[in-house]
Structure formats: C-alpha cells, structure tokens
Design a binder for this molecule. Structure first.
Ligand SMILES: [Fe+2]
Length: 338
C-alpha cells in the first residue's frame, strides 16, 4: 500500500507497550509482526497524511513492514483511503476558548448583570440573583457527579472526579451570603430553584449523557466566567457598593469563592481534557459545539427568568408553598403569605 490513508472512527489504542491492541466499537484487535511502539507511532501519525515512505524513514523501519501494517489495518477496516476530516483536541480547545470570550461578552451584557453593576436592579432582583446562584452552585452535585459516573474514558473521568472533589461544597459560600442578607438558606432549599435554574443543570446533565467532551465544553464555559477574576472582582465590588448599604458583608463570601476557584485553576479544566486528544472526528466535534451552543442559550434564558421573575415576585421571608392533594386540580397549590 503506497497511498495515504486515514483512521476510521471510533478507534482507540488500548495498549502498545507489550503488544499493540486497538479497538473499535465491535472488537479488540491485537497486532503482531510489528514492534508495538512503532505500530503505535504510525497509527498516531497516519492522519497527518504521511506517506508509507515518510513513515518508514521517520521510524527507521523497513518500508515493507510499514506497507504490510497499513494493508492489515485496511483489511481490518481500521483505516480508509477516504480522507476523513478530523481535529486535534487542541484545535477544538482553541475554538472553544475563543467562543467563550465572545459569548461571555454577550452573556454578561445581559441586563441582569448590567443592572446589578450600575445599581438600577431592584433589591428583589439582587436577592433573586443570589438565591438562584446558590441553587446553581449547589447543583454541581447533580451535574459533576453525574458526568463522573457516565464517563468511560479513565483519563477524563479522573479530571472530572478531581474537579468535583474541589467543587462539591462551594454552595456554602453562597449560603453564607444569603444568611448575611438575612435570607435563610434552609427556607431557600424548601422553595427550590426556578425552572430555568433546573434547565441549566439538566442541560449540563444532558451534555454528560451525549459525550464527556460535550460536558467538558459546557463546564468550560461556566468556569471561563469565573476565571476572569479581575472582571468578577470588579463586578462584586460594584454590587457591594450599590446594594450593601447596611454593611452586612454579603458580597465577601462570593469574593472568597472567586479566590478559591482561582487557586484551583478550574479555568484550565477544559483545555486539560481536550489538549492531549489526537483525533476528534468531524461529526463528534460538531456535536460538541452544538451542545455547548445550546448550553449558552440556556444560560441566557436563565438570566432572563431571574430578572423577570424576581422583578415581579421578590423573595419574601416566611412565605410557604404547600402541596395539597385534592380531587380538584385548581386546589393543588395553597399560597400562604407570612
Ligand atoms: Fe467553585
């Protein structure tokens, strides 16, 4: 075989130290007749469109061994003569980073954020933003643990698990902010989140079901908002100036949260997941980008609902929502003002 070939996907290298073992979605195939390390290197370089002659020279191996290896890969349908488009993980990571930058500029130009920064948001909207942020941060336990449990790739799974071990209790910063603002976190737990806060969490869980890389892309968007710590600190400074007139210090725990996340370097998690990946086929790359794009839209709708809901229905301490089962649907919800 003298023509260039491309790898067929799905394909993974299961091991190459003692012997070269490849697997696709149906079977695991062990290769003999070529030194495993050289076979692995050829596999790694195939999609660079290197010719058999180049490969033989590059690895100082007989051209006939290279040709025979490529023929075997072709017979086993692990490579194809078609030129399949693919991307390196680092390319996708660069695309995502540039999307995050543009999307964050748009997301944080939303009136929810600009009104908090310029002091024109009602006090009820400040409470609402804090309440839903608390639910959302607490929701790391619903999305990150789920992403860990579904991930089959051990390298990515351990990155997710490490991230989860550092994030699971960060809602406590927001609980402290709520308490300082005289909002009881236990009451907030009882009321539950807005539908759009749940939608954001459910969208992240859906991404984890689609592909761990889709989840990593969505998680990366969330972390990119916190990793611009200068911008976040400036924003929190304005919220404090505009809304903490009785000096409760409710902003301070959130600033401590920014400091901690910065120390953990969570802004680098997406690149850590993507950068070592050699091949991401075009269809998979499209799915990843479509999923994170939908996630961005969900975040934007989340901001809409927080602003609209708490503008008209500010939080009231002591209000209770009881579920009463009766035979008549209109009596299902009983509203009890304090
Ligand atoms: Fe955090």
């Amino acid at each position: 075989m003298d023509s260039n070939v491309s790898l067929s996907f799905p394909l993974s290298v299961d091991s190459f130290r003692k012997s070269l073992v490849l697997s696709n979605s149906q079977e695991q195939i062990k290769f003999e007749g070529i030194p495993p390390g050289i076979g692995f290197s050829i596999i790694r370089d195939i999609n660079d469109q290197a010719s058999p002659l180049d490969l033989a020279a590059r690895y100082n191996v007989d051209i006939d061994i290279v040709r025979e290896f490529l023929l075997t890969l072709s017979r086993e349908k692990l490579v194809t003569a078609e030129k399949l488009p693919f991307f390196k993980g680092s390319q996708i990571s660069a695309v995502l980073s540039s999307c995050y930058k543009q999307w964050n500029d748009t997301l944080f130009s939303h009136r929810l954020w600009t009104s908090l920064a310029d002091g024109t948001a009602r006090s009820g909207v400040v409470d609402g933003w804090l309440i839903e942020s608390y639910h959302f941060i607490r929701g790391a336990n619903a999305r990150l643990s789920y992403a860990v449990s579904l991930c089959q790739d051990q390298r990515i799974k351990s990155i997710f698990a490490h991230h989860y071990s550092e994030e699971y209790d960060h809602y406590k910063f927001f609980a402290e902010s709520l308490s300082r603002r005289k909002i009881d976190p236990l009451h907030i737990d009882e009321l539950g989140p807005l539908p759009s806060t749940l939608a954001v969490l459910n969208m992240a869980r859906r991404a984890a079901r689609i592909d761990p890389l889709a989840y990593a892309a969505c998680s990366g968007l969330l972390e990119s908002t916190g990793s611009d710590s200068g911008r976040a600190r400036e924003f929190y400074g304005l919220v404090e100036k505009n809304y903490d007139l009785d000096q409760s210090g409710f902003v301070e725990p959130m600033v401590r949260h920014i400091d901690l996340d910065e120390e953990f370097e969570h802004g680098d998690v997406m690149a850590d997941v993507f950068n070592p990946i050699e091949y991401i086929e075009e269809e998979r790359a499209n799915t990843i980008l479509q999923t994170v794009s939908l996630f961005r839209e969900t975040l934007s709708m989340w901001f809409d609902e927080i602003e609209r809901y708490y503008y008209t229905s500010p939080y009231r301490a002591g209000i209770r929502y009881r579920f009463v089962q009766t035979n008549s649907p209109r009596d299902r919800y009983v509203y009890s003002p304090s």
